[in-house]
Design a protein around this ligand. Sequence first.
Ligand code: DHB
Ligand code: FE
Length: 280
Amino acid sequence: MARIIGGLTSSHIPAVGAAYAKKQFEDPYWKPFFEGYPPVHKWLAEQKPDVAVVFYNDHGLNFFLDKMPTFAIGAAFEYENQDEGWGIPALGKFRGYPELSWRIIDGVVADGFDVCSCQEMAVDHGFSVPVQLFWGDQTKNPIKTIPICVNTVQHPVPTPMRCYRFGQAIGRAIASFPGAEKVVILGTGGMSHQLDGKRAGFINKKFDLMCMEKIVDDPEELAKISTADLIHEAGAQGLEFILWLAMRGCLNGKVKRLHQNYHIPISNTAAGTLLLENAA
Ligand code: DHB
Ligand code: FE
């Protein structure tokens, strides 16, 4: 059966896509951010996962306010990356794995999550920036990906606990897939940030570090936070942390933190990177 070997987190700040294209890895502004990734690269090179399931949020590229699914799962052979307006280079096509996508869709629907299945899906910086940060150029030997899009944009958004439970259902579905695939789960976006309104520029380091602690050993307790409290503590876009909770739900139980990096700010955002190994 397919096996979930670990979970990764990464912010998806679009400016990272531009810095990556310009190879600004050693630039003083970018270095403390990019330094968070080589330990994960080393682990990925050792573990060689076959598939990345990526919880992300669409920012108006594939879904707009006229049609906004709460949970949408990609079931395509490939996913085209486009820039929805940040001026970052489009990265071309990401490889899909529809067989596992359909197992996940079947599994979660049987478990009470009625999702939108997408046999065509364009992916924006919410997906492409983290995949590029972990796996680099996707035109050669691309990792198989399954994009899972959660609404963090238009209220009502799913509650943190609902996202955690959604992750648990996906974890069960993956474990029922007949294959020898090693799967990693990505929780993307976050951490605290707010891009507009009176609290534009808001960052909450204390809250972020608490989340990075609790998500390891006490995710069930962390997921009890209300949507309003999460927005109050993390900012309107810091709500993207629900994607991390969905990732953590997939890991079902005990995990070991192998690596962590936290850096503020990058653009308007607190950037958090985690590598969690799933218990066998
Ligand atoms: C920024 C952060 C985001 O999460 C996003 O989607 C767009 C921009 C930023 O900090 O610039
Ligand atoms: Fe975002």
